[in-house]
Design a protein around this ligand. Structure first.
Ligand SMILES: [Zn+2]
Length: 306
């Protein structure tokens, strides 16, 4: 069985799909099964090792490196819940086993990236960065991404679908606020530091209040979600937060507004990034503030939005 080393930013599911193609295996499940079997024959524990762990082992890449560069974990789990949680691994075993098991019916690619990869590598691959929530444009080429939908979309390599499938949801280049959102998302993927949830929520809460944004459920001040509805195109915002479609002005929208509440839990990363991208003018300023405790360089004229 051929197991190619993943490329930098090659999406985990796409890596499995490439192994499937290279070995002419019938489907995704069979490929997963064969990967785990091969790892066991090479000394992996007999029971219950997730495919992703087996795959990193077979590629002789430290698991944490594989997770860092080939999965969306650095995005979805960029913080830890408690300071007391000290572990050798950045992510818990449970988080790692769930990684890559969620069903996914859409895969995104950039035509120019695919053609470039064919020239450079002789094959194409699914880029992890293009699978981030809200990523409807390629940050490198500034062109709209195309969406390929199937039961197991990563089963085939992107150059095989490029001329036949793939609708593009957007036209033209990305609006400024969306671009900032996408840049912050992309920078999060590259972060290796772990921050504590309560710490950065407290800081975000203070920052939001310093520009007169409402951080509680009741009140008269402008909510972060109200600002989001003004600065982001509504079709894009709805694609990331489908429930925002019915939101009224001044109505509390937890997926975005609760990210400044220390007591809330399970806030999605996209909600945090929305708030960061309305507070900061530049993506690298937001990331520096978040991870390095740099002073907040914000200059948002919120009054003009009200
Ligand atoms: Zn591209």
């Amino acid at each position: 069985m051929l197991i190619p080393i993943p490329l930098h930013d090659e999406f985990y599911k796409g890596h499995v799909g490439r192994i499937q193609t290279l070995n002419s295996l019938p489907d995704y499940q069979r490929t997963n099964y064969d990967i785990r079997n091969l790892a066991r024959s090479k000394g992996a524990p007999r029971e219950g090792e997730p495919t992703i762990v087996s795959l990193a082992r077979l590629c002789q890449i430290p698991l944490e490196e594989y997770l860092q560069f080939n999965t969306l974990l650095p995005y979805h789990s960029f913080y830890q819940h408690k300071k007391s949680h000290v572990s050798d691994m950045r992510w818990s075993t449970g988080t790692i086993s769930r990684c890559g098991t969620l069903p996914c019916r859409s895969a995104y690619y950039c035509e120019q990236c695919v053609r470039g990869d064919l020239r450079r590598h002789g094959f194409s691959y699914w880029r992890r960065i293009h699978q981030l929530p809200g990523m409807m444009w390629c940050l490198k080429h500034r062109s709209p991404l195309r969406e390929y939908t199937a039961a197991f979309p990563f089963d085939v390599l992107p150059d095989k679908v490029i001329n036949r499938f793939g609708k593009s949801a957007q036209q033209g280049s990305s609006p400024l606020a969306v671009r900032r959102f996408l840049e912050i998302s992309a920078l999060l993927l590259e972060q290796r530091k772990l921050i504590t949830e309560s710490d950065f929520k407290l800081r975000l809460n203070k920052l939001a209040r310093s520009v007169n944004l409402r951080v509680s459920q009741r009140g008269s001040r402008l909510l972060p979600s109200d600002v989001a509805m003004k600065v982001f195109p509504s079709d894009w915002l709805v694609s990331v937060f489908p429930r925002i479609r019915g939101k009224q002005y001044a109505e509390y929208f937890p997926a975005i507004d609760a990210v400044t509440r220390v007591s809330s839990w399970n806030s999605a990363t996209a909600g945090f990034i929305i708030v960061l991208s309305i507070l900061f003018d530049r993506a690298d300023d937001a990331i520096a503030w978040l991870f390095d405790d740099s002073p907040a360089r914000i200059s948002l004229p919120l009054q003009s939005i009200e």
